[in-house]
Write a protein that binds this ligand. Structure first.
Ligand SMILES: [Ca+2]
Ligand SMILES: [Ca+2]
Length: 273
């Protein structure tokens, strides 16, 4: 029975010695405050580096918006801005469509099978006109009363874009009307593929653009009209009747801008019919 007792005494002595040594090491460390500070600084630095790496990874992922291989990043697309100026004569009370020839200026696909996707984020229209000057006819000096012009641009499908205004020129002066739309993060998307020499087909809908002979039809998304609401007649304050002002020539300037991307044949998956 004595042997086990001796072993128990030895174990207790070993544990006691170990405890004494641990206390001694701890005391030495505590006697060196700089050591503690260095250890704490090192731990803080390691934690900071790990946290920074995690944050960097999160931001990088959110910048890319997920898998960059499956989406088109609009920031990678080429910016475009096109302007078209034209002149037309407006008959009083007869609305006309905008000179849609400016759609030519969008990046239509040049090759069969190529798809071009454009995201329009700003549209500006400026209209200027000079009412015909007053005339001297015989003894009478006629005064041409002002003309009133109305213009509107809107997208029929999404209701994102809707701008309109109506302006009357000052008598004898220039009339001008300006429409300006900024998407501020919203886009009017247009995408086409070329189907024959003169025809481009909308990828997302049944939109056909036929540029044969300058005729352009863009049936969806963007619409607009221009109307000479009233062409004030030529009058004289002393005479009960005047003579008719039938309309007016207007100068129209249209600017479209946004970003486009061209997808060559074979670089995209054809949608199922
Ligand atoms: Ca007039
Ligand atoms: Ca006129």
């Amino acid at each position: 029975m004595g042997v086990p007792i001796e072993h128990q005494d030895d174990d207790a002595e070993d544990a006691h010695n170990l405890f004494q040594r641990a206390m001694l090491v701890g005391k030495r460390l505590m006697d060196r405050p700089m050591t503690i500070v260095v250890i704490m600084v090192a731990i803080t630095l390691v934690l900071a580096v790990v946290l920074w790496a995690l944050m960097l990874g999160l931001f990088k992922e959110s910048d890319q918006g997920g898998d960059p291989g499956e989406v088109l990043d609009i920031r990678d697309m080429e910016e475009f801005e096109h302007n078209l100026d034209s002149t037309m004569y407006l008959q009083e009370g007869e609305p006309v469509l905008f000179p849609y020839d400016f759609y030519h200026t969008l990046e239509l696909p040049g090759e069969f099978g190529e798809i071009v996707v454009c995201f329009i984020d700003h549209v500006s229209v400026t209209i200027r006109w000079y009412d015909e000057p007053g005339e001297q006819r015989g003894p009478v000096s006629w005064e041409n009363q002002p003309d009133t012009v109305r213009a509107a641009v809107y997208d029929t499908d999404h209701g994102i874009l809707e701008v309109f205004d109506e302006v009357t020129n000052p008598q004898g002066g220039e009339g001008s009307l300006a429409l300006d739309w900024r998407g501020e993060g919203e886009y009017l998307e247009q995408s086409w593929r070329r189907v024959d020499e003169h025809t481009w087909e909308g990828v997302d809908g049944d939109v056909y653009i036929d540029v044969t002979g300058g005729e352009v039809h863009w049936e969806r998304y963007l619409d607009g009209d221009l109307l000479l609401v009233e062409a004030g007649d030529h009058t004289h304050p002393m005479l009960p009747v005047g003579y008719t002002d039938t309309g007016n020539e207007v100068m129209v300037s249209v600017t479209l801008g946004g970003r486009c991307v061209s997808l060559p044949p074979g670089s995209y998956e054809e949608p199922e019919e």
